[in-house]
Ligand binder design. Structure first.
Ligand SMILES: [Zn+2]
Length: 472
């Protein structure tokens, strides 16, 4: 077995890992790179792997930095199965269409503005851009998905099988193991996927993995410790009340899947308990209706507390003050709405989608708050906001940041150093090597240090293109 790292190696986004075994090639995830526009775009357009050489893809979860470049793989000739959990298939169905729509729409928007500038005599402007992939490419990808339930071994080849476990990160998320057995030779490779945490709203705590010799482990927060999720309600309540006191709006960039539903649930609980005023809450995403249906359909993936809350209360994903916005025209009307309100919109790292319009319209007003609720990768607009830059560029134009910028780190869907180490502990005695991915250098190095010193396990933090033989 040979393992090669391409994406999310030395960085967080663009997950793409290649496994070669018995002359066949498999990919673990095929995600979109995000960050510096041009660099990310080049990475996404030029796959490092010949798409036609890939036998199958094993997909850990539906977030676009793990799944979002599957249509490019298909566009380049991949036609094999994409194995993943039933909930991930339903989410991917909604998300890949949405991503294709955004790619088409953003390309059109940029081209229109460039044409306008040329007409107004502001030079030639940038070259016209092509969408990364189209709706047609996304629609050709969806039939390739094949469901594999948790804890159900799936045979991939004569000597190779795979099995997945609940990663506790978002609905349907999985950690997985590849199990190779040929005569006396045996190699087991684990992949954590994105690893969640105990006590998050909606999701279950992550499952432990059975013994493996090799492990690909995410390290998003390998050098950090989160504040306890117990404080999240109080902090959310304070941000909402403070902003309402100023008569401002609360703009929340959030992954359309996972974080949005958590926030909706928490806002529902706060409003029900009378801890925040009864202001309108908008989920502004064409994805939201479909994704909420997927959540309702996959209650089996919820934790016990959320299942109980669903039984005891009105549907928290569809309560009276909450409105889902599908149409762009309605989204634009929000700008004319007076008085405080909350708007939750994607993308979570402020890289694309409707959140960009909300930021452009609201960042300059000091009454407003931008509430950051998830990890922001280096060089994304979200990261610049977290780093309190006074001026940022939205759609290529400068905007002065006067709004309050608040972060709700407690909702992080990624395990911190302590949680990663706890998850790793039972695996450590049998591990030959751990490969750290999905983390910026400082985070991976910090985690590598504690794994070596506490468990005495060999650790690598691979760079893109680096290969490792996995011996029996
Ligand atoms: Zn994720």
């Amino acid at each position: 077995m040979k393992l090669t790292f391409w994406g999310a190696a030395g960085t967080v986004t663009g997950s793409l890992h290649q496994v070669d075994v018995d002359g066949k090639r498999y990919l673990l995830d095929c995600g979109l790179a995000q960050g510096r526009r041009k660099e990310a775009d080049q990475k996404n357009r030029h796959l490092p792997v010949d798409a036609r050489s890939v036998a199958a893809v094993l997909l850990s979860h539906a977030h676009i930095d793990h799944s979002g470049n599957l249509p490019t793989l298909v566009k380049n000739g991949f036609s094999g199965p994409i194995y993943t959990t039933p909930a991930t298939i339903d989410l991917s169905n909604a998300m890949l269409r949405d991503t294709a729509h955004i790619q088409e729409h953003d390309a059109e928007f940029v081209n229109k503005r460039a044409a306008y500038r040329r007409r107004e005599g502001h030079g030639n402007g940038p070259e016209p851009v092509e969408p990364l992939f189209t709706m047609e490419d996304a629609e050709r990808t969806l039939p390739l998905f094949q469901p594999v339930g948790y804890y159900t071994p799936k045979s991939l080849d004569e000597h190779l099988s795979y099995e997945c476990y609940d990663a506790g990160h978002i609905l349907g998320s999985s950690s997985l193991i590849l199990n190779y057995r040929n005569g006396g030779a045996r190699v087991r490779l684990g992949y954590s996927g994105d690893l969640g945490r105990p006590n998050l709203p909606i999701t279950r705590p992550p499952d432990g993995l059975p013994s493996v010799e090799y492990l690909i482990l995410e390290s998003t927060y390998g050098g950090r410790f989160h504040k306890s999720a117990a404080h999240v309600m109080g902090k959310l309540r304070d941000v909402v009340n403070r902003t309402c006191g100023r008569g401002g709006r609360i703009i929340v960039p959030a992954f359309a899947v996972g974080r949005t539903q958590q926030l909706v649930l928490l806002l529902h609980q706060l409003a029900n308990a009378g801890q925040i005023p009864s202001i309108p809450i908008f989920v502004d995403s064409p994805l939201a209706v479909n994704v909420t249906e997927v959540f309702r359909k996959h209650v089996e993936c919820f934790n016990a507390e959320t299942r109980q809350y669903l039984l005891d209360h009105e549907d928290p994903f569809g309560f009276g003050r909450l409105q889902y916005i599908r149409e762009a025209a309605e989204s634009k009307k929000l700008n004319d709405l007076r008085g405080p309100f909350v708007v939750i919109s994607a993308s979570g790292m402020c890289e694309q989608g409707r959140i960009l319009h909300h930021l452009r319209n609201n960042l300059e007003d000091p009454r407003n708050t931008v509430l950051i609720t998830g990890f922001q990768a280096q060089d994304t607009l979200g990261r610049k906001l977290v780093e309190k830059m006074r001026e940022v560029r939205v759609f290529g134009e400068p905007v002065t940041v006067r709004a309050e910028i608040s972060s709700l780190d407690e909702l992080s869907g990624h395990a911190d150093q302590g949680e990663l180490m706890d998850w790793l502990k039972p695996l450590a005695p049998h591990l030959k090597k751990v490969f750290l991915v999905h983390g910026e250098a400082a985070q991976s190095q910090a985690l590598a240090g504690v794994i070596r010193s506490q468990y005495g396990v060999e650790v690598a933090a691979p760079s893109p293109g680096q290969s490792f033989p996995l011996d029996a």
